[in-house]
Design a protein around this ligand. Structure first.
Ligand code: SF4
Length: 215
């Protein structure tokens, strides 16, 4: 039994490292200028090469990942009649049975406060809907000195564990995403002005429905 658990843990860790290598390589390929792809074995990404980033990741996470850790966890949920879908980079089960949500970023600069709260808050709301007890939200910015960590209590209050970031509540996040969903539904029904700049459409989640890209 112990052997099976150990094998599962090793396989989980290897799969996770593979996921990270793929993630970093994918982002690098996406932003790398054409013609440089052939030199990828020596590429430098945001000032750190891929092995340095992996080293940072491993030093921060080697004591945390276990056979219960889940990666790229799909989060399809319905909130107030709207269907949402998210993909959590990693969800760890802690010793007390609660879970920690971990999102990775390779940005050089800290993420905008509102975007950070909506992303982490949505993951927490979704996991709660799926029956998990969430106690910690972590934004692991591998390029920055320390991860940004928040604790979540049973009342939905999110507070910074480092004492640096302002807290928020899951209720506030819920209100913001519902307001956004209503605005999107309204624009979809009533019509909206398409962006002139194709660059704005590059990562748009509504491209599939957008009249601009209707063939
Ligand atoms: S694809 Fe998205 S960003 Fe581009 S015009 Fe359509 S809705 Fe706007």
């Amino acid at each position: 039994m112990v052997k099976i658990i150990k094998v599962k843990a090793i396989v989980s860790i290897l799969l996770f490292i593979t996921f990270l290598v793929t993630l970093f390589s994918g982002i690098g390929l996406m932003i790398s200028p054409r013609g440089k792809v052939a030199n990828m074995t020596n590429w430098i990404f945001l000032g750190l090469d891929k092995w340095q980033l992996l080293k940072v990741f491993w030093e921060r996470n080697k004591g945390k990942i276990n056979d219960k850790s889940k990666t790229e966890l799909k989060l399809p949920v319905e909130i107030d009649g709207f269907k949402f879908f998210g993909l959590a980079d990693r969800v760890d089960t802690l010793e007390d049975g609660t879970v920690e949500i971990i999102d990775y970023k390779t940005n050089k600069k800290p993420i905008d406060k509102d975007k950070r709260e909506i992303q982490l808050g949505f993951y927490a709301l979704a996991l709660q809907k799926l029956g998990y007890k969430v106690s910690k939200l972590t934004l692991d910015m591998l390029k920055l000195e320390k991860p940004v960590e928040f604790g979540l209590d049973s009342e939905g209050e999110v507070t910074s564990l480092n004492g640096r970031e302002k807290g928020f509540t899951l209720q506030e996040v819920k209100e913001k995403i519902i307001e956004l969903a209503k605005a999107i539904a309204n624009d979809y029904e009533q019509g909206f002005e398409c962006a002139d700049d194709d660059g704005a459409c590059r990562f748009c989640g509504y491209k599939f429905y957008c009249p601009k890209w209707d063939e």
